[in-house]
Design a protein around this ligand. Structure first.
Ligand code: NDP
Ligand code: KPL
Length: 323
């Protein structure tokens, strides 16, 4: 049974602790601005750099309601802390998780880790390192740099958060801690099906949009693109069902259409990566789904998903070489 006095005491303690956001990119900076303006103590830490001097940046978030949210952010590194005394939020690229699971080991002291990244099985490294509290958020928003100090932010809807390893009480407390009016989170009991729904949506968006060099609204505006999305979604169902994930193609398609409409004009994160000559997260999207299908002998069902993933990776690699 829930001990209310103890819960309230721990909630108050967590409210007073800082929040550490790892990954000073579009999502990390957007969240840091909203939390700072809501009065939380926030440390934004570089994900790809372990040790460097602290810097200060004024960031402006342009929201969908045309309001501007401005805050000064302090940006440091993991080496500045021997211990992280509060909630740790991962807003770095998921391919950095293996190395981060090693540099974060021993620094969390039982504090929760909240993963804000796209992809399937991205929590694996932290599970292997026996992190006690791992929570996963499915991001339903877009953040895009307009210039180095301005980010255009379009939320789609509340971002669900569920337990990978941990407990309900900690989840409730951490949601309370990171909730703001502009960057909304909600508690979710079935996080695995939402992860799969989003990953399949990402397989469609994060390959087709970069390959066409077009914004997210294409599926909402164009019938041919919409039909392609439907075909790709249907092709993922055999794998999802074989993995015990109870989702329907209609669920995923509606998700794609909602994201497409709400983020019309924004570029998908993978296209932003390619345009900035950065590596992509394809290995945790199309390539991971194709790998899982191969593993259980149904690789043929994922041929198109795999090919789109490989083409997107190739486009990113060519762009990296042409820097
Ligand atoms: N932008 C968007 O609209 C959306 C993004 N997402 C997801 O959110 C996550 C963050 O994306 P976003 O903010 O757009 O990405 P950005 O590239 O803007 O920022 C990610 C940050 O990750 C860090 N990073 C890069 N490489 C490594 C590495 N090898 N090891 C550790 N850290 C690394 C860098 O941090 P630093 O500079 O601090 O070193 C970088 O600033 C991704 O998983 C993305 O898929 C999901 C939905 C929408
Ligand atoms: C599909 C979308 C826009 C939703 O948040 C996304 O995940 C991305 O930009 O990578």
């Amino acid at each position: 049974m829930l001990n209310l006095a103890a819960f309230n005491h721990q909630s108050k303690a967590m409210q007073e602790q800082p929040i550490y956001i790892i990954g000073a990119g579009a999502v990390g900076k957007t969240l840091a601005v909203f939390l700072t303006l809501a009065g939380r103590q926030v440390y934004l830490l570089r994900g790809s750099v372990f040790n460097a001097p602290v810097t200060y940046e004024e960031m402006t978030i342009l929201a969908a309601d045309n309001n501007k949210y401005v805050a000064k952010l302090e940006i440091g590194c993991l080496a500045d802390f021997t211990r992280l005394g509060g909630l740790v939020v991962l807003a770095n690229k998921a391919f950095g998780n293996q190395a981060l699971s090693v540099s974060l080991r021993g620094k969390l002291n039982g504090n929760p880790l909240l993963v804000l990244q796209n992809g399937l099985n991205i929590e694996k490294a932290f599970l292997k390192q026996n992190f006690e509290h791992i929570y996963r958020c499915v991001l339903m928003l877009t953040c895009q740099f307009e210039d180095p100090h301005t980010i255009r932010y379009k939320p789609v809807r509340e971002c669900p958060v569920g337990i990978i390893r941990g407990d309900e009480e900690t989840l409730t407390r951490l949601l309370h801690k990171i909730q703001t009016l502009q960057f909304r989170f909600s508690k979710c009991d079935e996080i695995q099906s939402l992860i799969w729904k989003k990953v399949i949506a990402n397989c469609v968006f994060n390959s087709i949009c970069p390959l066409l060099h077009i914004d997210n609204g294409i599926f909402y505006r164009n019938e041919v693109a919409r039909d392609m999305a439907k075909e790709l979604i249907v092709s993922c169902m055999t794998l999802a069902h074989a993995k015990g994930i109870a989702i329907t193609p209609e669920d995923v398609f509606n998700n794609v259409m909602q994201i497409s409409q709400m983020s019309d004009g924004q570029y998908i994160s993978t296209l932003q990566d390619i345009l900035h000559h950065r590596p992509t997260e394809m290995d945790a999207l199309n390539i991971e789904l194709a790998r899982l299908a191969d593993e259980i002998g149904i690789g043929a069902t994922m041929k198109e998903i795999a090919l789109l993933g490989r083409l997107t990776k190739l486009k990113a690699a060519i762009n990296l070489k042409n820097m």
